[in-house]
Write a protein that binds this ligand. Structure first.
Ligand SMILES: [Zn+2]
Length: 371
């Protein structure tokens, strides 16, 4: 018999998508998982995340200690939908065809039927002002899900067979089992959409949840761009001691630095982190001005992925930077079961006693979200 799971310590899902199945959202008050950090990804789900947050989330940091803390809403545009965003100046009026010709590879200009499937592009400036307004409305909201993905392709048109099998409970706009086309979103376009949202998160002083698939090198490059000029000074021990002596003199400068918004998020969660140990060294470098956390899910990290690789990654991390998540598309018992499973696995890999580990993971989540 395994030790009973200590739900009473608080279990927080750092990344999930219950608004993909709106019928499941009414299960949230009955769940064992304490908090769901709910991602928005595309045009279809921004309002749904907002509505869900209006029903169940805390409105201020002071509320977060009690059971009203069921939801932390996150607003952002996922790389799988980044082609729907246009990043040209308003004066540079573009046709829909020109836009998709610019952002997709190979060029779809000869494939009018495919272009007809795609929505009219949304200006990046509009996305940013809408997201800013949502973040202002929810003082504890984060930015997500955003990121880079080198492996995905855009779904093709629905076939009759796919339409027959379509589940009408699922919020539209995602792949929903459709065959993929051969069109990809160009990496430079994904980077531009990501960078603008990282800068917005900095402006609003909010943490972000990042998706990165086969793109860890490119992701580090974008982070270095937004961090440029703001790197933390890494001092030798001797210099650190000297600086401590001069601390009082520096106090005013530090005060200034905290009141000016930064162009980068204060904290970053690498969601369902699938990279190796190497990028962790870059992401955890002492000079990085954002604190980077790494989150793991049973669905992505413990579901056929090489066991040795995930074990190496989990063991390489500092204990205060590990998060857990479900990444599930619905709320309810299945999500609770995934959270218990991933928490037990992480504790086992780290050699943590269960109650100690669950408490550490809860503390990490709170520090990641609220600073
Ligand atoms: Zn996700």
């Amino acid at each position: 018999m395994s030790e009973p799971f200590p739900w009473e310590l608080g279990v927080h899902d750092a990344h999930c998508h219950p608004t993909d199945t709106m019928a499941s959202v009414s299960d949230i008050p009955h769940m064992k998982t304490t908090t769901l950090t709910i991602m928005a990804t595309r045009g279809d789900d921004q309002d749904l995340v907002q509505q869900t947050a209006e029903s169940y989330s805390a409105q201020s940091k002071a509320d977060c200690t009690d059971r009203k803390d069921r939801i932390v809403p996150c607003f952002g545009w996922h790389p799988w939908f980044s082609h729907q965003i246009s990043n040209t100046a308003p004066s540079d009026l573009q046709t829909k065809k020109d836009h998709y010709d610019n952002v997709l590879a190979p060029s779809p200009v000869e494939d009018q039927a495919f272009i007809d499937l795609l929505p009219d592009p949304k200006p990046l400036s509009e996305l940013l002002s809408e997201t800013r307004a949502r973040l202002q409305k929810f003082p504890t909201a984060l930015v997500g899900e955003i990121g880079l993905d080198r492996s995905f392709r855009i779904p093709g048109p629905w076939t009759e067979e796919e339409l027959e099998k379509r589940n009408d409970q699922v919020t539209p706009g995602s792949r929903e089992g459709r065959r993929l086309s051969h069109y990809r979103v160009k990496p430079e376009h994904q980077r531009a959409v990501l960078k603008a949202q990282l800068q917005l998160a900095g402006e609003m002083n909010r943490a972000v949840s990042l998706h990165s698939v086969q793109a860890h090198g490119a992701l580090v490059d974008v982070l270095k761009e937004v961090w440029a000029g703001h790197e933390r000074v890494v001092l030798s021990r001797r210099k650190r001691d000297k600086q401590r002596d001069a601390e009082c003199a520096d106090f005013e400068d530090e005060e200034d630095a905290t009141t000016t918004p930064n162009p980068f998020p204060p904290r970053i969660c690498m969601h369902s982190y699938s990279g190796s140990v190497d990028p962790i060294r870059q992401l955890m470098h002492k000079s990085n001005p954002s604190d980077v956390y790494f989150s793991f899910s049973s669905l992505i990290n413990f579901n056929g992925a090489p066991a040795r690789k995930i074990a190496d990654v989990v063991k390489a991390l500092p204990e205060d930077r590990i998060l857990i998540e479900s990444d599930l598309h619905k709320a309810g018992e299945e999500l609770d079961a995934l959270m218990e499973d991933v928490a037990r696995r992480i504790c086992e890999l780290r050699g943590w006693e269960l109650r100690h580990g669950v408490q550490l993971l809860a503390d990490n989540w709170r520090r990641f979200v609220y600073g």
